[in-house]
Design a protein. Sequence first.
Lengths: 393, 378
Amino acid sequence: MSDLETFRRETQAWLEANCPPEMRQPIRSEDDAVWGGRRAVYKDPAQKVWLDRMAEKGWTAPDWPKPYGGGGLSPEEAKILRSEMSRLGCRTPLSSFGLYTLGPALLKYGSEEQKLEHLPKLVRGEVLWCQGYSEPGAGSDLASLATRAEDKGDHFLVNGQKIWTSDAEKADWIFCLVRTDTLSKHNGISFLLIDMETPGVSVKLIRLISGYSPFCETFLDNVKVPKKNLVGELNKGWDVAKYLLSHERESLSGTGLGIGQLSLGEMAKRTVGTEADGRLDDPVLRARVALFEVRAQAFMAMSERFTDELKHERAHPAQPSVIKYFGTELNKQRYELMMDAGGSDALEWESERSLGGAHARAWLRTKANSIEGGTSEVQLNIIAKRILQLPGA
Amino acid sequence: MPLFHTEDQAMLADTVRPFLAEQAPVSHMRALRDADDRTGFSPELWKRFAELGLNGVLIDEADGGLGLGHVEAGIVLEEIGRNLTPSPFLATAVGAVTMLKAGSTAQRDAWLPPILAGEAVGVLAVDETARHRPERIALQAHRVGNGFRLIGEKRFVTYGHVADFLIVAARTAGSCDEELGVTLFLVERNVANLTAEADRLTDASLAARLKFDGVEVLQESIIGEIDCGFRSLTKTLSSLRAGASAEMVGVGSAALEMTVGYLRQRKQFGRLIGSFQALQHRAAHLYAEMEVARACVLKAEQLLDCGDAGAEQAVMVAKAMSGMASALAVQEGIQMHGGIGMTDEYDIGFYMKRQRVLAELFGDADYHANRLATLAGY
């Protein structure tokens, strides 16, 4: 038996023995996902048990090196772990934004001290991170950001305002893009790690169309940040930012896969009803769902190919833009169809039966998918220039 | 198995690409059309395929083939698509060969060697109506003595008029929409009471309408078991659909590349038109669609090659997605070429016509989406 086959069997047995039955149920609402952090709230004790067991093996970050708390798995082993988890229906133990984005950036650009301090806590879900990129005046044109970090000898003094900082009110730390040189646009940006408890950091919730407030405004007033919290070189933060964004794009696109969700067809049958032969009772809706499912399944292959290419370092550097563009547009279509299929049930906003309008709110939330992390139009610009090599204006 | 080509597969692509680009570029197809050729392909080129071993890509090594899989066949077909090469490769080296795997030793001994030598063409005859409906087989096979008599019609049989043998899906029992009762017959083309009428299609290719007016065949011409041919038929259709999908990826990719090339050199308003964001976004969107199509076609081929239970479904996804993406590629191709794209002299129009035929072949996106929905229970 090959080593990989042995690994598969052992992994299977371990998951069978260690994944609590509650954690093999499909995710139904946002609080079914575990985000971690100093102030984490667990809806179900099984969530904590599952997270701790997986974190101990380093399997919340299966392919990170062991010294930083990761699982130390090869690309092939990590793929086996993913496929076995999906086969058993195991939930992702930790859906941490920092794990998908900051982690890879620190592995590439962080100092040894930074890696040892921050990565193990990410793996164990002990620290919740948020991202300080956008500003009121710097959206798609992110590099025009104006938050200043002045060199004060042993520390930076940071002043400015960040916007769309996801979960900033719950976050323990923020990674920030700051201006350290006003003369150069892209080459005047640095990447800083800031503890949210530092004096001068304050947060205000932004109420969105969904009624939820997943995003905040984060104000930085005379915030003192130790020099050791600079990631990479001074004024070279844009490189770190771009690298991290490409990882963010991958993790955002994953939402298009609809893993663990009730199939659209099933859902539609429940609300719309069926013909005598079991077919969905609205031929036009059925056709739209069917054509959507073709695209969704095709995109799963695309994601798999991309993951494989990434692990073997053969993905085009702009390929995450393709994944992000297609995946997020697909996810918006999925929720439009779910709203169509749900009829008036899907419109309920407060009832307990609708879990407080979870459906409608999730639909509204998806509208941000193609804006955050670089709009669809920005992704198309990147594809046109970097892959298709079309000329600039 | 990672979802990209292995080194060996990349090497095969490196061999096939220049071979077809040199031997059978679009001008080869154009020349056949302009000469009003009635064969539909170049027999010399079919020989050259054989010399390279390509005809045996799916034939076991024990039978003299390369013993490779659908991924490799797909590599050949992508290049065929890219060059719009008229070739019986899909029909014969993929379709007939897959079907013969379910055949008897005598059938394989009779037909595999001439296929390997590039001396025979064999094709599946399945469609009876204008839309692909393999679940409905009405062509009748009545038992007569030690054999059968075939009565009925088949259509849209590519190369059916010049094929050496046909594999005919016929009904030996049951009603026309039942799976049980379908039997596959291997029929030589030059038998009595079989007439073939070749129709020129939109893309200048030729497809036959076959009339079986009491064609006598022997018991030995059955492939597999009597009444139980539906399984083999479906399996062969899966291979053919995966192949047609790969060919469409080639057609769509070439259309995209031609179009991007045009955007990089055509000037209007004193600027390269490729610098206009309106066109950049159309091209970039198309690129994303084609990448997803390419990925799901490779996935389907890999699943077919490892005999995965999900292969058939993956093939349906591949055929539907590659059909939709390549349709967009040729449509956007003509739009972005502007007026010159409408001329017969320029090649992009050929890509649109070929794509249309391939999209229809063995079921279009609507057909496969409908089947997937039915399989998923809605």
